[in-house]
Design a protein around this ligand. Structure first.
Ligand SMILES: Cc1cc2nc3c(=O)[nH]c(=O)nc-3n(C[C@H](O)[C@H](O)[C@H](O)COP(=O)(O)OP(=O)(O)OC[C@H]3O[C@@H](n4cnc5c(N)ncnc54)[C@H](O)[C@@H]3O)c2cc1C
Length: 388
C-alpha cells in the first residue's frame, strides 16, 4: 500500500513526485511504462516564455521559470540548463492590440516584458526580416532549458528522499471501490493499492482513463527540424515564435538551429503510439518558406535531423488540472497542449498541494478538467489554437 501513486514520469509526473516527497506526503510511488522521461518530455523544443493571455498560465509559467532560474536553491540537485536568450513574439498589424493587452496584463503580474517597435526588434534580433511584422512582444529573460536534465534532477533528489520509482511498469487499469480510486493494476497483473492516484501520462491519458472519463484532447503531430549552420554564419540570438509566418526558431548546441513550422494541415493522431518519431516526408519543404520569410540567412542551412512528437491539445489549449470528474482520489495533470515545459516546476507543487488537501499557491480552478462539460473555455487572445 502506498499513499500516492503517480502514473507517468515525464516533466509533470517527475515534478509532482518530487514535490510530494519534499512535502512529506508519505509513501510515494512513481510508475512509468518505459524509461523515465521517455515520453513527449524527451521531444520538447525547450522554449521558455511567459507570454500568455490568462492569469493562471501567466502565474504558472512565471513561477516555473523562477524555479528554472534558481535551480540550485529550489531543487539543489543537477541543473535545468536554463539560458535566458530572450524571447520574441513578432505579430502582424491585426494582432498588435491583442499583443499589447497581453503584455500589459503580464506586466501587471510583475513580468519584465514590453512591446517592441520594428526598429527595436532589430536591436534584439538583427537576423530577423521585418516583412509583415508590425510589433513584437519581448521578454529579455525568456529563453531555453533542458527537460532531460530537469527530470533527472527531480528524480535524483526525490529518490534520495524516499521516492519509489518503477520503470517499465505499465499501468493497465486503475482500480476502484465505487467512485473511489483504490490503486492500479499493472500489465503483469500485479495490483498496487494507493490512497490517491495521479494520472500524469500526457498523450497516453485517454488509454489510461479508458472507461473512466473521456479525456477532452486531440493529439496533434508536431515536428522539430534540425538545421546546421555553415561555419561563419551567425546563429539567432533570441528564441523567436513568429505569429506572422508561424515559424519558431532557436539556437541549439554547436551550430544547430531548431525550427518548427506550424502547418494548417497538421495531422491529428488517434493514439499516441501511432506518432512516428522521424520527420515526415515534405516537412523540410514546409519549413523553408516561412523560415526564409522571417530568417532569410538561415533558409538554406542544411537539414541534419529532427523528430516528431504530439501535442495533447485540449479545446482551449489549456491543460487539465484537478480531480478526474465523477471520481474520488483520482487526479489528472495532462493536456498541456504543447507548452507545458516551463510551467512544470510550478505545477508539480500545485499538484502536491491539491492531492494532499492543501490550498495551492496558484489558483488553478480555471483548469478544472470538467470545465468543457460546464461550458467554460479559457479565452485565447490570438484566437483558436494560438497556445497563448
Ligand atoms: C515536439 C514538442 C515540442 C515541444 N516544445 C515545447 C516548448 O518549447 N516549450 C514548452 O513549454 N513545451 C513544449 N512542449 C510541450 C511539453 O514538452 C509537454 O507539455 C510536456 O513534456 C508534457 O509532459 P507530460 O509529463 O505531461 O507528458 P510526457 O512527457 O509524455 O509523460 C507521460 C509519461 O507517461 C508514461 N505513460 C504513458 N502511459 C503509461 C502507462 N499506462 N503506465 C505507466 N506510464 C505511462 C509515458 O511513458 C511518459 O513517460 C513540446 C512538446 C512536443 C511534443
Amino acid at each position: 500500500m502506498v499513499d500516492i501513486c503517480v502514473i507517468g514520469s515525464g516533466l509533470v509526473g517527475a515534478s509532482t513526485a518530487n514535490a510530494l516527497v519534499r512535502d512529506g506526503a508519505g509513501r510515494v510511488l512513481l510508475l512509468d511504462r518505459g524509461n523515465a522521461g521517455g515520453g513527449d518530455s524527451a521531444l520538447t523544443f525547450g522554449m521558455v516564455r511567459r507570454h500568455y493571455t490568462n492569469p493562471v498560465l501567466i502565474q504558472l509559467s512565471m513561477a516555473g521559470t523562477e524555479i528554472l532560474d534558481h535551480w540550485d536553491e529550489e531543487v539543489g540537485v543537477g541543473s535545468s540548463a536554463y539560458v535566458p536568450t530572450g524571447y520574441l513574439l513578432p505579430v502582424p498589424e491585426r494582432l498588435v492590440n491583442a499583443c499589447r493587452a497581453n503584455v500589459e496584463r503580464q506586466q501587471g503580474f510583475g513580468l519584465e516584458t514590453r512591446l517592441l517597435t520594428p526598429s527595436e526588434i532589430h536591436e534584439v534580433e538583427p537576423l530577423l526580416s521585418l516583412e509583415g511584422v508590425a510589433a513584437a512582444a519581448y521578454e529579455p529573460h525568456g529563453g531555453v532549458c533542458d527537460s532531460r536534465l530537469m527530470i533527472d534532477s527531480w528524480l535524483l533528489d526525490a529518490l534520495g528522499r524516499g521516492l519509489e520509482l518503477r520503470q517499465h511498469a505499465p499501468v493497465a487499469a486503475i482500480t476502484f471501490d465505487g467512485d473511489r480510486a483504490t490503486g492500479v493494476q499493472l500489465a503483469n497483473g500485479e495490483r498496487i493499492e494507493a490512497g490517491q492516484v495521479v494520472v500524469a501520462t500526457g498523450g497516453w491519458s485517454p488509454e489510461v482513463l479508458a472507461g473512466i472519463w473521456e479525456v477532452p484532447f486531440n493529439l496533434v503531430r508536431i515536428q522539430v527540424a534540425v538545421l546546421r549552420l555553415p561555419p561563419g554564419q551567425v546563429a539567432p540570438a533570441a528564441v523567436t515564435s513568429d505569429a506572422v509566418s508561424n515559424v519558431v526558431v532557436r539556437s541549439a548546441a554547436g551550430r544547430d538551429v531548431w525550427v518548427v513550422a506550424y502547418q494548417a494541415d497538421t495531422p491529428i493522431i488517434s493514439v499516441r503510439d501511432d506518432c512516428q518519431l522521424p520527420l515526415l516526408d515534405g516537412y523540410e519543404s514546409a519549413i523553408r518558406g516561412p523560415l526564409g520569410e522571417r530568417f532569410p540567412t538561415l533558409a538554406g542551412a542544411p537539414l541534419v535531423g529532427g523528430w516528431g512528437g504530439a501535442y495533447d491539445a485540449t479545446p482551449d489549449w489549456h491543460p487539465l488540472v484537478g480531480q478526474v470528474p465523477d471520481t474520488d482520489n483520482l487526479w489528472i495533470c495532462a493536456g498541456w497542449s504543447g507548452h507545458g515545459l516551463k510551467s512544470t516546476p510550478a505545477i508539480g507543487r500545485v499538484m502536491a498541494s491539491l492531492v494532499t488537501g492543501q490550498t495551492p499557491a496558484i489558483d488553478v480552478s480555471d483548469l478544472a478538467p470538467d470545465r468543457f462539460a460546464r461550458g467554460f473555455e479559457n479565452p485565447l487572445a490570438y484566437g483558436p489554437g494560438a497556445r497563448a
